[in-house]
Design a protein around this ligand. Sequence first.
Ligand code: DX5
Ligand code: ZN
Length: 221
Amino acid sequence: MRLPEPGTIEIAPSILSADFARLADEIALIESAGVSIVHLDVMDGHFVPNITIGPPVIAKLRKVSRLAFDAHLMISEPAKYAKAFVDAGADHITFHIEAADEPKKLIDRLHELGVTAGITLNPQTPVEAIEAVAPLCDMVLVMTVNPGFAAQEFMPEAAKKIARLREILGPEIRIEVDGGIGPETAPEVVSYGADTIVAGNAIFSKNDRIAAINAIRKAFK
Ligand code: DX5
Ligand code: ZN
């Protein structure tokens, strides 16, 4: 399953906020809400002060889901572990510019491995840091929180980078936004040009996950 072609606005639920004891059910539920992407937050306790999931969990989830697996690598050595995530079933891999000495080489490597490639930047990192390599990617991710935890407050200043990136990249590359997104903040980021909306707490803090997804959709329509 590949990322949907640019031109549609997609919601990518982040399962970091889901019930880890029932992940297969949670993923089936969001699939029934018509989403085509699930956002997988990978943290190594080094690049960010938290530890989440790795290839073994993704490999198990791959067996129970057809959704596009969007792996967000918040790890210090993305090049070292890229193949392990591809082998586990990730369809798209995003790494942080702050963790990559040779970003172009890693983007080429991901394409060689047959997946789509993405790059992301922390709220403090300027767009200039990725300007040269972003056009080589299939999707660029703008962080609107400091990576490491769900349910943090949205950073409006960081969101403004989306408009600048849309100018640089044109319509053919997806722009994803991640951090503090819900019905209140989704209209703003979509108005800047984001087309892939990560949401964790806004979906999984609600008993009715499907209604929560539809509330976000309704907000930016
Ligand atoms: C944070 C992660 C996000 C987070 C989103 O480092 O990259 O994907 O889980 O969660 P919310 O939507 O609750 O901010
Ligand atoms: Zn994420």
